[in-house]
Design a protein around this ligand. Sequence first.
Ligand SMILES: Cc1cc2nc3c(=O)[nH]c(=O)nc-3n(C[C@H](O)[C@H](O)[C@H](O)COP(=O)(O)OP(=O)(O)OC[C@H]3O[C@@H](n4cnc5c(N)ncnc54)[C@H](O)[C@@H]3O)c2cc1C
Length: 498
Amino acid sequence: MTGLAMPKPDAATLARRVEIVEDMKIIVPNEGVVDAVNGMRAFESDGLTAYRQLPLVVVLPETTAQVARILKYCNDRNIRVVPRGSGTSLSGGALPLEDAVLLVMSRFNRILDIDYANRTVTAQPGVTNLGITHAVEQEGFYYAPDPSSQIACSIGGNVAENSGGVHCLKYGLTANNVLGIEMVLMDGEVVRLGGKHLDAEGYDLLGIMTGSEGLLGVVTEVTVRILKKPEAARALLIGFPSSEAAGQCVADIIGAGIIPGGMEMMDGPAIRAAEDFVNAGYPLDVDALLIVELDGPGPEIDHLIGEVQRIAQENGSTTCRVSTSDEERMSFWAGRKAAFPAVGRISPDYYCMDGTIPRKELPKVLAGMREMSERYGLGVANVFHAGDGNLHPLILYDANNPGELEKAEAFGSDILKLCVEVGGVLTGEHGVGVEKRDLMGTMFNEADLDQQMRVKCAFDPNHLLNPGKVFPQLRRCAELGRMHVHRGQMAFPEIPRF
Ligand SMILES: Cc1cc2nc3c(=O)[nH]c(=O)nc-3n(C[C@H](O)[C@H](O)[C@H](O)COP(=O)(O)OP(=O)(O)OC[C@H]3O[C@@H](n4cnc5c(N)ncnc54)[C@H](O)[C@@H]3O)c2cc1C
């Protein structure tokens, strides 16, 4: 692992590894435990590939009862646990720890119930996001939140990260589409939150769990809302001479009361990389491209297309194509959906950032990024969920050049600090994980972080679930609210700080 500070491995756990592996094999028989180094290599990293670490042992349970036994076993013996779905996290949320059991949920891969009357699907957490749509599309239904990784990422991981995608502008993020979960607490207790109904009694614990990044419990079942596919969908491909003009157009479309099914933006470097890669027919003489998709009944779409064209012209658009078939609409999206691998072809490595800003601040943030790009001597290509103000700058670097990864990380953290400075937040959909952990202090003060930690303590008082993620320093429940240094004397000096 590079310079990332993680909790010090627990020597007692490391010393008991053989015994722990044997006990895991009893709880999860039938090749449910991977303890050989070669086998564990496949799990040493997630989508944030700059960091890697072999776990203590990899365990792949198949039932909720097994998850409950594993967590209780670990809780009783003070052993750390890192939950993992498909391992596509871009913030290092599923990064293993040397002294932690890596609890991989990929064998939980069954759809349990499809209920068209209630418009719900209940699935095990290892089912892929797209797997849910595949299960219901023959009846004309789909699951709306659509991360670009939907072919691989798990619905359990989506709940843990509150994942989003192109269609979330109109249909909401995971949090707006999850109705219920079954989860296991660190002490082995199995809990159900929500269900097929629309609202739950009491505090919104389901809301707390959604986006909790594997720190509060392990999700073992998920019930989501499914939607009827819109009657029709058409897309516009609109070119602008500058990102500022495109950004203003986005603000004006939303300001006119139009909520497109999706509204995405790409800047010059991203357009050119995508066009080279998939030949989507993107104009190459523009500096910014908007893809605006409108869905619903045909006459409504026709009316809205006229409105969007008018707003685009008022903002100085130089090109505009409207899809006339589903094939053409999909070709508009092909470049956007392939933008990440396309950028991978023009740079040996790239670092994908994720911050969210108020839409009107887009020009200022883009100008700031250009200045940083020059200062750091590293290129940047931009892909945005423009309607949500969610930015995905891709910082281009070469890990083989000594010091470039560190430069890319510093560039990335400057971008996120700028997002916070203009009134935005550190993450839109990729989570905090380890990647943005040490930036949490730019957004939250000690009192804020203490409050968040109190929630963590209520679920996992021994701090055994996914430690080293999200919180910038390890706090113990005991020291909450009493963390001050008096005359150089640190309170609770025995607690490791990183
Ligand atoms: C090419 C690419 C494109 C992407 N595009 C998008 C995008 O458009 N939108 C978006 O939001 N994200 C995107 N992502 C990020 C990633 O796919 C999402 O965060 C996804 O939800 C992670 O799911 P996963 O199953 O891979 O989870 P993992 O990576 O395995 O884990 C992610 C986090 O969830 C926790 N976790 C996983 N399963 C469980 C469980 N059952 N119970 C409790 N905690 C659990 C882990 O501890 C970890 O903290 C992209 C990633 C890649 C590689």
